[in-house]
Design a protein around this ligand. Structure first.
Ligand code: ZN
Ligand code: ZN
Length: 285
């Protein structure tokens, strides 16, 4: 099992999950060549991608979907509520229409789409089960819901949006309208929204083992500011990784306790793994 955040943030977003030469992509904001280059960093052949799950139609998520689906001749799963014809032509792409809160299977993957609250009609995100691991992506949502809460606590690994620091957004250069859009219940999650969500999750039973903070704004956030907020306000007790904007972030297995000597090769992202009991707790897939 391998997985990675191919990149996240306002420029482009994509996630890969790969098992036994069968891979699933969630979104793709990258060109085919860039996707290929990024996948080669963890030795995943682009030809192993067998399907794409689309969250919503914003360019940072859909930009590279058409080309990837056409070149690889693979299906794209989209919410039936989205009028997708303006983005993906059904005569050239194998579109499969899905509904929120129904569980689907494709090859060895099970996936559960759930509603997100965002200014794009029919926005969804996904929980994905493969080889006894459950991964959930919660980004591009202005608020969290009970459904998200229940799905997240049953997941092993969570990719959670931490889009902006409230003060940086408030005092930053964005026009008033854009600031209001981002802060609205149909915008993005702030750092404190994300931290509160995790704190609440750990007040009860949770299976969660590792969190990736994703979709950081370039203008209204940075990894150091987020880390400070987590240290001051976070009471959740699991390791986390902050994914700097647009940076490829390899997946780690938080379950095995063996030492991976190669971790030093991954110093940069690893420096952001804090709150772990020890370095030995984290193993590269
Ligand atoms: Zn969006
Ligand atoms: Zn986005």
């Amino acid at each position: 099992m391998k997985y990675a955040v191919i990149g996240s943030g306002s420029k482009a977003n994509s996630y890969i999950f790969s098992h036994d030469k069968f891979s699933c992509l969630i979104d793709n904001g990258y060109s085919f060549v860039e996707l290929q280059n990024r996948l080669s960093r963890i030795n995943i052949d682009i030809g192993t991608i067998k399907f794409i799950l689309l969250t919503h139609t914003h360019a940072d998520h859909i930009h590279g979907v058409k080309t990837t689906a056409r070149k690889l001749k693979i299906p794209v799963f989209v919410n039936k509520e989205i009028d997708i014809s303006a983005y993906l032509p059904s005569d050239k792409i194998d579109l499969r229409f899905i509904e929120k809160e129904k569980t689907y299977r494709f090859g060895p993957f099970y996936f559960l789409p759930f509603e997100t609250y965002h200014d794009a009609t029919g926005s969804l995100s996904y929980s994905l089960k493969i080889a006894d691991m459950t991964f959930t992506v919660i980004t591009d949502t202005g608020k969290v819901s009970n459904t998200m809460f229940n799905i997240a606590k049953k997941s092993d690994i969570l990719f959670l949006e931490a889009n902006y620091n409230k003060n940086m957004l408030k005092t930053g250069p964005y026009p008033k309208m854009l600031k209001e859009r981002i802060e609205s219940p149909y915008g993005h999650l702030s750092n404190s929204d994300a931290i509160d969500f995790l704190n609440n999750l750990f007040k009860g039973e949770s299976k969660l083992k590792l969190v990736y903070f994703c979709h950081l704004s370039e203008v209204n956030n940075n990894p150091e500011v987020l880390e400070e907020e987590i240290i001051s306000n976070g009471t959740f007790n699991i390791p986390y990784i902050i994914c700097p904007r647009d940076k490829f972030q390899e997946g780690f297995n938080p379950i095995n306790l063996e030492i991976n000597e190669n971790l030093d090769n991954y110093k940069k992202p690893y420096n952001y793994i804090t709150n772990a009991r020890s370095r030995k707790d984290v193993l590269l897939f």
